[in-house]
Design a protein around this ligand. Structure first.
Ligand SMILES: Cc1cc2nc3c(=O)[nH]c(=O)nc-3n(C[C@H](O)[C@H](O)[C@H](O)COP(=O)(O)O)c2cc1C
Length: 348
C-alpha cells in the first residue's frame, strides 16, 4: 500500500505547525482532520493493516491506538479511525466541563522528541462527549478515559468515576479509569493500595449493575503512572489480581524531568512524554506483565516514536499499544510503520 495523502503532506505542514504555539497547532490539526475527513480525503480504514485481533472480548482492526489526551472531547473519532488507528481513546472526561490550567500549558522539546504538558483535564464534560460518540461511524474501537473534576476532593472521587461510568456505559467500547495524570492535584494518590482497592471495588460493582441493565459487557481498564516505585507496582498488581480489572494501560506521562535537563522547558511543571519516558514505561510494562494474572491484557504506551518501539512493547507483553507524542514529531507515517510492525509473524 502506498503512502496516504496525510503522510505525504505532514512533512510540509509540520514546520508551519511547529511555528505556532503548541496548543494552537493542536487545535488547528484537529480542525484540519475534521475538514479533510468530511471531504473524504483521509486515508484508508484501519482495517487495511493486518488482520483484526480480539482483546478483552473486543475486535480491534489492528493493535495500534491513539492515546488519551489527543482527542479529549471526542471531536474527530471517525477521522482518527480513517487515519489508520485500530483504537481511539477519547478523554480524559470528567463529570462536569472544566477549562483546565492557565495557558501556556503545553511545551515542545523537539531535541528530545518530547512534550511537557499540564493541561489539567480541559474537557467539555462526559455528557457532551457521549452525545458525540453516539453518532460515530468509526471502525476503530473507542475507549472513554474518565477522571475526576479538579475540585472534587479525593474522599468523594469514587462518585466522579461512577458518574462517568454510568454516563458512558452504553456508548463506550471500553472505559479507562485514569488515576495517573500528574496535573490534577491528588489524583495519583488514588494509586495507593487502599484508595485503588475501594475505587475498583465500587467500579466493578457498578459495572455489574450496568451489565444487568444494558445486557452489554464493557471492559474497564486502569491507566497507571510510570513514576511508581517497586513497592507501588507490587501493591497495584496485588489489588488488580484480587479485585480484577479487564486490562491495564502502562503508562501515563512522567514527572521526572531529569532526562531533558538542561532544556529551557525542563523545569516547566507537568508530565513529560515522548522518547524520554520510553525506558521507564517499558520497565513498568515488564513488571506488570510479570506480576499480573496472564489473562489480564496490557496496553503499552509511552515513548513510541518508531515502529520498532511499538514492536518492543509487544515483545515485552503488550497486547495493544498507543501513541501520542510520536505522532506529533513523526506524523501519520508512524501509524503505518507501527501497525505493520505490530502484525505478528503468524499474521495476528
Ligand atoms: C498534551 C497531552 C495531553 C494528555 N492528556 C491525557 C489525558 O487527558 N488523559 C490521559 O490518560 N493521558 C493523557 N496524556 C498521556 C498520554 O495518553 C500518554 O499516556 C503519554 O503521553 C505517553 O505516551 P507518548 O510518549 O506516546 O506521548 C496526555 C499526553 C499529552 C502529551
Amino acid at each position: 500500500m502506498g503512502m496516504s495523502l496525510a503522510s505525504l503532506l505532514y512533512p510540509v505542514i509540520k514546520p508551519l505547525l511547529f511555528r505556532l504555539d503548541a496548543e494552537a497547532a493542536h487545535e488547528l490539526t484537529t480542525r484540519m482532520m475534521r475538514v479533510t475527513h468530511s471531504l473524504g480525503l483521509l486515508g484508508r480504514e484501519a482495517i487495511a493493516d493486518g488482520p483484526p485481533v480480539s482483546v478483552m472480548g473486543l475486535n480491534f482492526p489492528n493493535r495500534l491506538g491513539l492515546a488519551a489526551g489527543m482527542d479529549k472531547s471526542a471531536a474527530a473519532v471517525d477521522a482518527w479511525s480513517k487515519l489508520g488507528f485500530g483504537m481511539v481513546e477519547v478523554g480524559t472526561l470528567t463529570p462536569r466541563p472544566q477549562t483546565g490550567n492557565p495557558k501556556p500549558r503545553l511545551f515542545r522539546l523537539p531535541e528530545h522528541r518530547a512534550l511537557i504538558n499540564r493541561m489539567g483535564f480541559n474537557n467539555p464534560g462526559i455528557h457532551s462527549a457521549v452525545e458525540r460518540l453516539r453518532h460515530r461511524q468509526a471502525k476503530a474501537v473507542v475507549g472513554v478515559n474518565i477522571g475526576k473534576n479538579f475540585d472534587t476532593p479525593n474522599e468523594t472521587a469514587v462518585e466522579d468515576y461512577l458518574i462517568c461510568l454510568r454516563a458512558t456505559y452504553d456508548v463506550a467500547d471500553y472505559v479507562a479509569v485514569n488515576i495517573s495524570s500528574p496535573n490534577t492535584k491528588g489524583l495519583r494518590d488514588l494509586q495507593s493500595e487502599n484508595a485503588i482497592r475501594s475505587l475498583l471495588i465500587a467500579v466493578r460493582a457498578e459495572q455489574e449493575t450496568l451489565k444487568g441493565k444494558t445486557g452489554r459487557t464493557v471492559p474497564v481498564v486502569v491507566k497507571i503512572a510510570p513514576d511508581l516505585t517497586g513497592e507501588g507496582i507490587s501493591d497495584l498488581v496485588r489489588v488488580f489480581n484480587e479485585v480484577g480489572v479487564d486490562g491495564v494501560i502502562a503508562t501515563n506521562t512522567t514527572i521526572d524531568h531529569n532526562s531533558v535537563r538542561p532544556h529551557k522547558f525542563a523545569d516547566e511543571i507537568g508530565g513529560l512524554s515522548g522518547e524520554p519516558v520510553r525506558k521507564r514505561s517499558d520497565e513498568v510494562l515488564t513488571a506488570f506483565r510479570a506480576g499480573l494474572r496472564p489473562e489480564i491484557p496490557l496496553i503499552g504506551v509511552g515513548g513510541i516514536v518508531t515502529g520498532a518501539d511499538a514492536a518492543e512493547k509487544r515483545r515485552l507483553g503488550a497486547d495493544l499499544v498507543q501513541i501520542y507524542s510520536g505522532l506529533v514529531f513523526r506524523g501519520p507515517i508512524l501509524i503505518k510503520e507501527a501497525t505493520q510492525m505490530l502484525v505478528d509473524r503468524h499474521g495476528k
